[in-house]
Design a protein around this ligand. Structure first.
Ligand SMILES: NC(=O)c1ccc[n+]([C@@H]2O[C@H](COP(=O)([O-])OP(=O)(O)OC[C@H]3O[C@@H](n4cnc5c(N)ncnc54)[C@H](OP(=O)(O)O)[C@@H]3O)[C@@H](O)[C@H]2O)c1
Length: 299
């Protein structure tokens, strides 16, 4: 029997990591998890600069998802954790790989915040980077694996949109008020939302892993960004509830500060130009079906 290809996954315990690891195993890969957990098979402590170097040896690919959650108030300490958990961890992985002769595929999570907080036009992978704290985080996060790219690794940055899940993230937070009938548009509702279903995001990681021509930035979003108003109406329609209670921007800014401004109030229309160019086929390309499957599906 031929040996299984091994994939090292960081952040495997997270929202994206759990279904991704299950999908990798279902595809016949051996999954190695690198975690902060004490019982972890392979351990690291990014703050302390500790990484079990054996974790990166003999792997076909590394999928790097780990990072401190962005969904918290951005105190100075939180901002430091959000940045360093991504940039320092990438640097540690890169250093460990470069000490070996091996050149595994390196696929890193990144975010559409690379393009800033707002875009007048639709943006693609070749658009310029923008303003804001998260834009700076994504630039440094992607930049930390540039040495790997220069040394011959195939590196992919998954610039991820708003992931639809009922288990966590933005949609899970919206569901309770919407189900109670007190949901509504956020701010003026004109801001664009670039979303991706979780099954598609998992498939995109597998597709990036198995498609040698893919490298560099990849916009991991559905091909149809929508306005917040359209998102709100579609969500209300899918769950059969009214959506007449708008959440004013000033309330979002008061409750969430800078974080609210750069996430729920951001206005980014992002197109998945590279995925379309390489022929990726979306499981859930349109919002209504994606919301229905996310909220009422088996997963
Ligand atoms: N979900 C989204 O809408 C979205 C959108 C754009 C980009 N992304 C990016 O995609 C990646 C995966 O997202 P996700 O939603 O699955 O994230 P998640 O559920 O928050 O999980 C991230 C994982 O990272 C590890 N982690 C958390 N804090 C850490 C810290 N301070 N230092 C080191 N490791 C830490 C944890 O794994 P262990 O406890 O096992 O160490 C955790 O399970 C993240 O980097 C995120 O920024 C997500």
């Amino acid at each position: 029997m031929s040996e299984l290809k091994t994939i090292l996954v960081t952040g495997a315990s997270g929202l994206v990591g759990r279904p991704l690891c299950a999908a990798l195993e279902a595809q016949g890969y051996a999954v190695r998890r690198l975690s902060r957990g004490e019982d972890a098979e392979f351990q690291w402590d990014v703050e302390a600069g500790h990484l079990d170097a054996a974790a990166v040896r003999g792997v076909t690919a590394i999928i790097h998802l780990a990072g401190e959650t962005v969904a918290q108030r951005w105190s100075d300490e939180a901002k430091t954790r959000i940045l360093s958990s991504r940039v320092d961890s990438t640097q540690m992985l890169a250093d460990a790989i470069l000490q070996t002769e091996e050149r595994p595929i390196f696929i890193s999570a990144s975010g559409i915040s690379y393009y800033g907080v707002e875009s007048e036009e639709l943006v693609t992978e070749s658009s310029e980077t923008g303003d804001g704290f998260l834009a700076e985080v994504t630039r440094q996060w992607e930049g930390a694996s540039q040495t790997l790219m220069n040394s011959g690794c195939r590196v992919v940055w998954m610039r991820t949109g708003i992931v639809l899940s009922r288990q966590g993230g933005a949609l899970a937070k919206m569901l309770t008020p919407f189900k109670m009938g007190v949901g509504g548009r956020i701010g003026g509702g004109r801001q664009k939302m670039s979303w991706v279903s979780l099954p598609d995001l998992v498939n995109m990681y597998l597709f990036a892993l198995e498609t040698p021509s893919i490298f560099g930035a990849l916009n991991a979003v559905a091909p149809q960004p929508v306005s917040n108003l359209e998102f709100t109406k579609t969500l209300g329609f899918v769950i059969g509830r009214p959506t007449i209670f708008p959440l004013p921007s000033i309330v979002v800014k008061t409750l969430f500060g800078e974080m609210g401004n750069e996430t729920v109030l951001s206005d980014l229309g992002v197109m998945p130009k590279q995925l379309e160019a390489v022929g990726y086929e979306w499981v859930q390309p349109e919002l209504e079906g994606a919301l229905r499957e996310t909220i009422y599906g088996d997963n």
